[in-house]
Design a protein around this ligand. Structure first.
Ligand SMILES: NC(=O)c1ccc[n+]([C@@H]2O[C@H](COP(=O)([O-])OP(=O)(O)OC[C@H]3O[C@@H](n4cnc5c(N)ncnc54)[C@H](O)[C@@H]3O)[C@@H](O)[C@H]2O)c1
Length: 265
């Protein structure tokens, strides 16, 4: 082991899922934050991960660190998911190189702040293009792959932010609330081919972006007041739930929302 994987919980004894070894997993927005924790967690389970992101330097560093730690090097491409054709081409390219994918994690999002008054139709479309549209078209591109494998798992990252009436990002809230609709709306048709689809909704997770941009004294107080558990949520806490849903252990879970929010909701 030459470098430490920053997202690993060193003090927790976590499960190994034998069914994840050798699985092919595609993750959107895997270069930093919760996405990077999931890329790392799947690699630690012996899975072959592919991911897309716009953050070139962070993505390259992540893939190098994972390989240096002795795990399968993630396949990755710079891809702006607002371009649906580019996203679908990246999925096709990954499948051509690695083979079929049994797990898809729709993770990419941007929680930029805005007000009701400031939103133009162009801004609205851009918010949906990053926070809502990519998940549907990623599923469309990858479902045939899962059908060939006679099953699969789609995990859509939702949010508890809109459920707690977080008021500083209405377009993000609207897009994130639709993740449950995506999961519920596709569960029956995908389920016929043993493709499971679930939502994982994080509470307030301490990614670098959250700490740098939004966490302040008021936020610290809100965490203390609202969470049942005293510890702050880490990206790896979300990854742990996603691993379970991707593994055979989650075999009969579909069409559900799983909250990982330390009891805030
Ligand atoms: N962090 C939280 O507290 C929190 C809370 C609730 C829900 N979530 C959800 O969890 C998921 C991950 O959130 P996060 O906090 O890790 O986000 P983040 O902003 O830290 O990371 C998102 C990743 O997506 C990439 N990305 C952004 N725009 C892109 C684009 N157009 N094309 C390709 N890649 C792009 C970024 O470079 C980054 O690597 C999201 O779906 C988010 O809505 C997060």
């Amino acid at each position: 082991m030459t470098a430490t994987l920053s997202t690993t919980h060193s003090n927790k004894k976590l499960a190994l899922f034998p069914s994840l070894k050798g699985q092919h997993v595609f993750i959107t927005g895997g270069g930093t934050g919760i996405g990077a924790a999931m890329v790392t967690a799947f690699a630690e389970q012996g899975a072959q991960v592919a991911f897309v992101d716009v953050a070139q330097a962070d993505s390259a560093q992540l893939a190098t660190t994972i390989a240096a730690n002795g795990y399968l090097k993630p396949w990755w491409r710079v891809c702006d998911v607002r371009d649906v054709a580019a996203l679908q081409q990246a999925i096709e390219a990954a499948m051509k190189e690695l083979g079929d994918f049994s797990t898809l994690v729709n993770n990419v999002a941007r929680d930029d702040r805005h007000t009701l008054e400031s939103v133009t139709p162009e801004y609205w479309d851009e918010r949906m293009a990053v926070n809502q549209r990519p998940a549907f078209f990623a599923i469309q591109a990858i479902a045939p792959s899962m059908r060939r494998l006679k099953g699969g798992s789609v995990i859509n990252l939702g949010s508890t932010g809109w459920q707690t009436k977080g008021g500083t990002y209405p377009c993000y809230a609207i897009a994130k609330s639709s993740v449950n609709g995506l999961t519920r709306g596709l569960a029956e048709s995908l389920g016929a081919d043993r493709i499971r689809i679930n939502t994982v909704s994080p509470g307030w997770v301490m990614t670098e972006r959250q700490i740098n941009m939004w966490l302040n004294a008021e936020g610290e107080e809100a965490i203390k007041r609202n969470q049942c558990l005293p510890d702050k949520l880490q990206p790896s806490d979300i990854a742990n739930m996603v691993l379970f849903l991707a593994a055979d252990d989650g075999a009969m879970c579909t069409a559900q929302e799983f909250k990982v929010d330390a009891g805030w909701n």
